[in-house]
Design a protein around this ligand. Structure first.
Ligand code: PEP
Ligand code: MN
Length: 363
């Protein structure tokens, strides 16, 4: 590639990196040259995709499944990039993989969830990035630990990488049902709060693990003001060598992107701001009242603690707790509150109540 061409590709990468929403798509894994080329051309034809992704080295949870085509696949991506003009992105987990990817003009690197959990690996990747200013996306670790995610960001930043983005791909938990990886949206939101200005995109594919609920999750991410999406696509999803259930064809992806209601964080309309401000005031008043009521509830809990103490009774009575929850579920249902919310709310209230009673017991 000539210097001028290289330069303009660099500019294009910058333009894409700053574009909102940023849309990244491509197969879970590069499988054959034909598959990479056809995916890339069909994705480019939709006109809705900004970057081409493909896994070259696949960190599989269990051995025996397809572990990626390896370095052999990098020239395919390089060719797809030249033909379609789509910048490329691949997952790297070692310093050697960083070198190989750079050798084949990969434009953006990403660190996968199974790597973010391991500071040794992240450091190895970061060391290889020293002196190379390439944008890097960092997926959340597989376990819900914001410190590990932050640590990976810090290691990469310390290596001198100035363009870092975050990918929220959900968190693994034992016995997941609806999702392959529980989204735990609050963690992604907290990460964004801690890193204002850092790009945060969502990966519905690895959250869902199945294609029928991709749109719901993608819409939720956009409603929460995520900066973009990374969604896996394949020319023949059911026959994909990895993550077959969650991939969609490039055309299906385009359909999905059209179905999403793209919201913006803000508008300059005065009427909108005035109405919103009024509703926010109401919310603030209600929140104040809730706190007052909760504080009263804790005072009563302390009184109960005192009675229990005087009568040498334990703090926790399981039956009573079940009774409280059952009542709350029934009441909550009538008031339109989900069982999940009622459980979470009462768990928190219960813990606080126990700690108030404990204080009295030990006084
Ligand atoms: C992937 O993007 O194909 C992948 C392996 O993702 P994650 O690291 O989120 O599991
Ligand atoms: Mn995948």
């Amino acid at each position: 590639m000539s210097t001028t061409e290289t330069k303009s590709m660099k500019e294009l990468v910058q333009e894409k990196w700053n574009k909102r929403p940023l849309i990244i798509s491509g197969p879970c894994s590069a499988e054959t040259e034909e598959q990479v080329m056809e995916t890339a051309t069909r994705l480019a034809a939709t006109g809705r995709v900004d970057m081409l992704r493909a896994g070259i080295w696949k960190p599989r949870t269990r051995p025996g499944s397809f572990e990626g085509i390896g370095t052999k696949g990098l020239p395919w991506l390089q060719k797809a990039r030249q033909i379609t003009g789509l910048p490329t992105t691949v997952e790297v987990a070692t310093g050697k993989q960083v070198e190989d990817a750079l050798h084949f003009d990969v434009d953006v690197l990403w660190i996968g969830a199974r790597t973010t959990v391991n500071p040794f690996s992240v450091q190895d990747v970061a060391d290889a990035l020293r002196g190379v200013d390439i944008p890097v996306l960092i997926k959340n670790p597989i376990n819900p630990d914001l410190e590990l995610w932050t640590g990976a960001v810090e290691r990469v930043a310390k290596a001198g990488v100035s363009q870092i983005g975050l990918i929220h791909r959900g968190f693994s938990s034992y016995g997941n049902t609806e999702y392959r990886n529980a989204p735990m949206w609050h963690l992604a939101i907290e990460m964004k709060r801690r890193n204002p200005g850092m790009m945060l995109i969502n990966d519905p594919s690895h959250i869902c693990g199945r294609r029928d609920i991709l749109l719901d999750v993608a819409q939720k991410a956009i409603d929460l003001d995520f900066d973009g999406l990374m969604i896996e696509s394949h020319i023949d999803p059911d026959k994909a060598w990895s993550d077959a259930k969650q991939q969609v064809t490039p055309e299906k992806l385009a359909e999905m992107l059209s179905a999403i209601v793209w919201r913006k964080e803000d508008t300059s309309s005065e009427a909108y701001h005035a109405a919103l401000e009024k509703l926010r005031q109401q919310i603030n008043h209600l929140d104040d009242e809730l706190m007052q009521i909760l504080s009263q509830r804790m005072k009563i809990a302390e009184k109960i603690g005192q009675y229990k103490k005087d009568n040498d009774i334990t703090i926790l009575q399981t039956n009573r707790w079940n009774e409280i929850l059952e009542r709350a579920f029934n009441k909550g249902e009538k008031l339109g509150l989900s069982r999940e919310f009622v459980t979470k709310y009462f768990d928190a209230v219960h813990m606080e109540s126990i700690s108030h009673q404990n204080k009295i017991m030990n006084s």
